[in-house]
Design a protein around this ligand. Structure first.
Ligand code: NAP
Length: 276
């Protein structure tokens, strides 16, 4: 078994994830795994980094596919006995003018952004080694969407005692409410992407709390963040940040020094803790 530290970035064949891998290749003292659901796109991305003189390793990972997640988990367990850095970056967003019915957008978006990310955490968090770092890429849109929720929902999402099961129940209810066209009446904002990212931010707060309760001595730091508005296939060419700039906050959180006792359980943008 290798004692080399290991970092894993989900959805990193392009966009912000690719830029996070590029930065980690330069700064992380260990093996860096670029992962992609499509091995062809993943290998191509690794080759692109190689041309820049950077050495990333590849492993397939489709966060929508539990088997794929478990195959990565078993690989990490066997080869490294765990992992040191996990960046949950993979995500999807329908374009504003997409005509796909809202209920379908809600189901598809929540499936990857919330349920897929949660499944990765369920399988990989137990493997994170002492002093490890976990970064969940959320969005400022989670904050604005929270502001668009009913007072009752806001209270639940800001609660310091909400459980993961309760959060899953709420995310499932959103999808069900969109199918019945009652989501607005039920206090939800009109954004599937926004609700999925509320899920990611709140999940991060819960996971950090669980680490405090169950693995305090392991000094693992887990946070959610917004990369900013970044020029990628998702956000388009008008966005203000380059992918490398978008990677800055996630990479800052992934490389917090081992003697840091925070941030932990926070939501950050531009390397600054934001009020949730
Ligand atoms: P992007 O260019 O569209 O890249 C998204 C990445 O996620 C791609 O590599 C994509 O793979 C991958 N992905 C999607 N579904 C996946 C799945 N089921 N399993 C594994 N990988 C999957 O988007 P981006 O702008 O870099 O976004 C990265 C993250 O930042 C997302 O979580 C996004 O919500 C968040 N974010 C972005 C912005 C922005 O302005 N760009 C702002 C706030 C937050 P394929 O190539 O196979 O599709």
């Amino acid at each position: 078994m290798s004692n080399v530290p290991v970092a894993v970035v989900t959805g990193s064949n392009k966009g912000i994830g690719f830029a996070i891998v590029r930065a980690l290749c330069k700064q992380f003292p260990g093996d860096v795994y670029l992962t992609a659901r499509d091995p062809g796109r993943g290998q191509k991305a690794v080759a692109k980094l190689q041309e820049e003189g950077l050495c990333a390793l590849f492993h397939q990972l489709d966060i929508d596919d539990l088997q794929s997640i478990r195959a990565l988990r078993d690989f990490l367990k066997e080869k490294y006995g765990g992992l040191n850095v996990l960046v949950n970056n993979a995500g999807i967003a329908f374009k504003v003018h997409d005509t796909t019915p809202f209920a379908v957008q809600a189901e598809v978006t929540l499936k990857t952004n919330f349920f897929g990310t949660r499944n990765v955490c369920t399988e990989l968090l137990p493997l994170v080694k002492p002093y490890g770092k976990v970064v969940n890429v959320s969005s400022m849109v989670s904050s604005s969407a929270l502001g668009g929720c009913s007072r009752e929902l806001q209270q639940k999402f800001r609660s310091n005692t909400i459980t993961e099961d309760e959060l899953v129940e709420l995310m499932t209810k959103f999808v069900e409410d969109t199918k019945k066209s009652v989501h607005e009446k039920e206090g939800w904002p009109n954004t599937a992407y926004g609700v999925s990212k509320i899920g990611v931010t709140v999940l991060s707060r819960i996971q950090a709390r669980m680490l405090n309760e169950k693995r305090k001595g392991d000094h693992i730091l887990l946070n959610a963040c917004c990369p900013g508005w970044v020029r990628t296939d998702m956000a388009g060419p008008q966005a203000t940040k380059s992918p490398d700039e978008g990677a800055e906050t996630p990479v800052y959180l992934a490389l917090l020094p081992s003697d840091a006792d925070g941030p932990h359980g926070q939501f950050l943008s531009n390397k600054t803790v934001r009020t949730w």
